[in-house]
Every structure is written in C-alpha cells, then in structure tokens.
Design a protein around this ligand. Structure first.
Ligand code: UDX
Length: 446
C-alpha cells in the first residue's frame, strides 16, 4: 500500500519505518526541513534502539521516503496517518491545532478517495472534527470525494518501540465504515502472521477512548503502588515483598506495580490530565483520576525530601551524585522526568549536582536543566561521585544495576545511596557498610 505519515515524532517515525519494513511504500512528512534533510541522510532525531538501522535499510531499499511536501504525497496514497503532536494546553486539555492544521491541508490537496487515520493520541470527538475540517476544504474546492476518518491509537513504549510496533499486543481500529476497517486489517495483517489476530475493531469514539483509558489504568497502578510504598515505610513493611505478594495473584499481575519516583514521559502525565479534563468538560468530576495525578506529583519529590531530611534540611554547599536523568532507561527523553523535579529541589536549597546519564545529558543541558548553574555533567558514573555526600539513582539503566560498590564507597564523602528505583539489595549494601535509602522500606543502618 502507499502510505503517507504526517509528523516524524516518536509515533510517526516508528510507525512509518515499521510499515515500510513490511513492504509498504511510505513517505514520512514533516514541516521541519532540517529534520527531513537529516532523516534523508540517516540522522535520527531521537534515541530509540533498533530504529536507525531500520530507517537506513528502508531508505536504501526505496520503501521509505522523507519529504516536507504534504500536498504532493497526499495525492498519491491510499492511507494518510496523522501523527503530529498533541501537546498539553494551558488548561490540561490536548492542543489539537496541529492535528486540525494537517486535516485542513489534507482537504486542500487530496484528489481521490482516501482513508485518514488519527494515530496521535486525541480526545474523544477529534475524528469528527478532522472529518468536518477536511469536508469544509473539499466543499470550498467544490469537490465530491469520499473519505474515511479512522482512529488507530498507538500503544508503543519508548525504548522498546520497534518491538511493540512489529509484534503488537493488540491493534485498535475504530472506524464507522466496514470498508475502511477491511483496508486497515489488510495493512496490519503481516504484523500478526505468527500469532493470533490481535486486531480489535470498534467504533471511532471507543477507539479514541481506549488509548486514554489504557494509559490512565497503567498510571493508576503505579500511583497506587507508590502510595502503598509510602505507607509501607511508615508501618515497617517492605514494599518489595508486598509487590511480589500481590503480583502473584493473576488478577493483579506483576507488571506496572513497581514503586519508584513517579511516572514521567510524554504520555502518562499528559493523557491522565487530558482524560480528567474531558470528563470535567462533560460535567463529571473524576475523583480517582485526579488522585492518580496528585499522588504522582507528590511522589516525584519523595527522594528529594528524604535527602533533605537525612541532612537535617541543610543542603547548602553539599554535592550530590545523580545517576540517571531520562524518565526511564533506553531513551534520551526527559519529558516530565522525576530527575528534573528532584534536581531543582536540591539546587534551590543550595546543593551542587554532579550528573551522569548514558543518553539524556544533551537533553538536560539544552532544555530541561539549562537554567541551572550548580550542575556539572560527567562522562562516567563513577566520576560523579568524587567529593559527593551521596549517590542518588533516578533512572534504572542496566549499567547502574551492579556497580562496583567498593568504588562508590571509596569516592563518596559518606557511603550513602538514595535509590529512587529500588535497584539494589539492602542486605548486601548493609554488609558493605553502605547506608541505603529506597522507596517503600525504612533504612536500618542510618
Ligand atoms: C507509555 C505506555 O506504556 C505506552 O503503551 C503508551 O503508548 C505511551 O505511554 P512510555 O511513556 O514510553 O509508554 O513508558 P512506560 O514504559 O510505559 O513507562 C512510563 C512511566 O512509568 C515511566 O516513568 C516509568 O518509570 C514508570 N513506571 C512504569 C513505574 O514507575 N513503575 C512501573 O511499574 C512501570
């Protein structure tokens, strides 16, 4: 099939590349000329394992193209995917201006039957707005062309995006016309060859809602466990044991019940807020979804507050080594990363930061922590430790999992670790004489 994917962000670039990998003829469109020029040469704007070789391979094969010319490519395709950003507006709702601008351009240039697919995460009712916007442009051009607007939300995770796309748990297709559903089934069929058919079809509004509900449910699991972790500390229980105890019940399951420093990234914070906003706009005040958000905001500062308390609320002139800046491992993404909030909290109280992250240091320097003076970046995790009072682990990169603890002890002023991701065994650290603070269990040897 001939596909046009509009927007070369995370979702657009990964989807376009994976569709090309399956033999479709794909053109990825973006208004950012520099980005498109770079992509043509194989320069990938994000860090995502496995993406670069797949882009290069498909560009070379001639199945994947990049362009800034939406109007030219829309004339020549079977399906157009809208995958532009839906950033959070001031009031917490998803900002649809980019989606609707693209819809307008599609209406201004299409000249044959077309399926338009919303792949961006968009609030319920957006497909109707996209349809009306396209129709308005066609009416201006006095054209009578049939088209469908389909909702096909994307569930990929950063850091494992290629795998998620190539072997999806499910593909959700919301369409009001059976012909459009048929075409989408045809497009996705090769992704299910070795497994059962995981394509779930439904009406457009339910598909739009599914994406928000999936993310809000996962965010709820995390906030619930973070709240449980805080209670565990108070009552002298160990959340690591409780997690295993409850996860063994298949109705609960082991995934997404890891307590930590709160969820971050581009999806959960934005989508939970947007779902709350949608409900409110329809006259329903959601109690639980609002609480999920509040618990997460508070959780982001739990580690920072533990540090302040340990040093008797006097952080002036004290140095802390930060291991990990990205919101999770295997990505350079720092959107809503707990590290931003924790580092700012410490610096505002006079502390100095020595940071290391395998991939996200440029993001930190250029965007998220660019206004901070008291922060230095280091080439290795051990270099951050020199002269620091404590090591603070904020992202669970594999290279932090089994470090040389004697080296950590040797370099730190005091042998203290604050772990925002519960990565280590407290008994082993205790034996080594390291004071170990984690989430959801009190420290014995302070
Ligand atoms: C998420 C969804 O998983 C994906 O389906 C959707 O399309 C986009 O949002 P992503 O944001 O890439 O993907 O990351 P994910 O791996 O889901 O983690 C989200 C956040 O939750 C991270 O900050 C992570 O550290 C945190 N998390 C996850 C926990 O704190 N505990 C857990 O048990 C799991």
């Amino acid at each position: 099939m001939r596909l046009t994917v509009i927007g070369t962000g995370y979702v657009g670039l990964v989807s376009g590349t994976c569709f090309a990998e399956m033999g479709n003829e794909v053109t990825c469109i973006d208004i950012d000329q520099k980005k498109i020029e770079g992509l043509k040469k194989g320069i990938i704007p994000i860090y995502e394992p496995g993406l670069e070789p797949m882009v290069l391979r498909n560009v070379k094969n001639g199945t994947l193209h990049f362009s800034t010319d939406l109007s030219k490519h829309i004339k020549n395709c079977d399906i157009a995917f809208i995958a532009v950003g839906t950033p959070m507006g001031e009031d917490g709702s998803a900002d649809l201006q980019y989606v609707l601008k693209v819809a307008e351009q599609i209406g201004q240039s299409m000249d044959a039957t077309l399926i338009v697919v919303d792949k961006s995460t968009v609030p319920v009712g957006t497909a109707d707005k996209v349809r009306t916007t396209i129709q308005k442009e066609l009416d201006k051009r006095k054209l009578n062309i049939e088209f469908d607007v389909v909702s096909n939300p994307e569930f990929l995770k950063e850091g494992d995006a290629i795998n998620d796309f190539m072997k999806p748990d499910r593909v959700v297709v919301g369409a009001d016309n059976p012909e459009a559903t048929k075409k989408m089934r045809q497009l996705y069929a090769p992704f299910f060859r070795s497994s059962m058919d995981r394509l779930i079809t439904m009406d457009v509004r339910s598909a739009e809602m599914t994406k928000y509900v999936a993310n809000a449910m996962l965010a709820t699991k995390i906030s619930f466990m973070n709240e449980v972790a805080n209670i565990c500390e108070l009552v002298g229980a160990d959340v690591n044991k409780v997690r295993i105890g409850i996860g063994s019940d298949s109705r609960i399951g082991y995934s997404f019940i890891y307590p930590g420093s709160g969820y971050g990234g581009s999806c959960f914070p934005k989508d939970v807020k947007a779902l709350k906003k949608t409900a409110t706009e329809h006259g329903y005040i959601p109690q639980l979804i609002g609480a999920v958000e509040d618990v997460n905001d508070r959780q982001k500062l739990v580690v920072a507050k533990k540090i302040a308390q340990r040093f008797n609320e006097d952080l002036k002139g004290k140095t802390f080594a930060i291991w990990g800046l990205a919101f999770k491992p295997q990505t350079d993404d720092m959107r809503e990363a707990p590290a931003i909030y924790i580092i700012k909290y410490l610096v505002e109280r006079g502390a100095k930061i020595q940071a290391y992250d395998p991939k996200a240091m440029n993001e930190a320097k250029e965007f998220y922590l660019k206004d901070l003076d008291n922060i230095s970046y280091h080439d290795s995790k051990y270099d951050t430790l020199n002269g620091a009072e404590a090591m603070v682990l904020l992202t669970e990169w594999k290279e932090f999992r089994s470090p040389d603890f004697n080296e950590i002890k040797k370099r730190l002023n005091k042998a203290i670790i604050f772990d925002g991701r519960n990565q280590y065994n407290d008994t082993i650290l205790e034996e080594l004489g390291i004071e170990y603070h984690q989430i959801g269990k009190t420290t014995k040897n302070k």
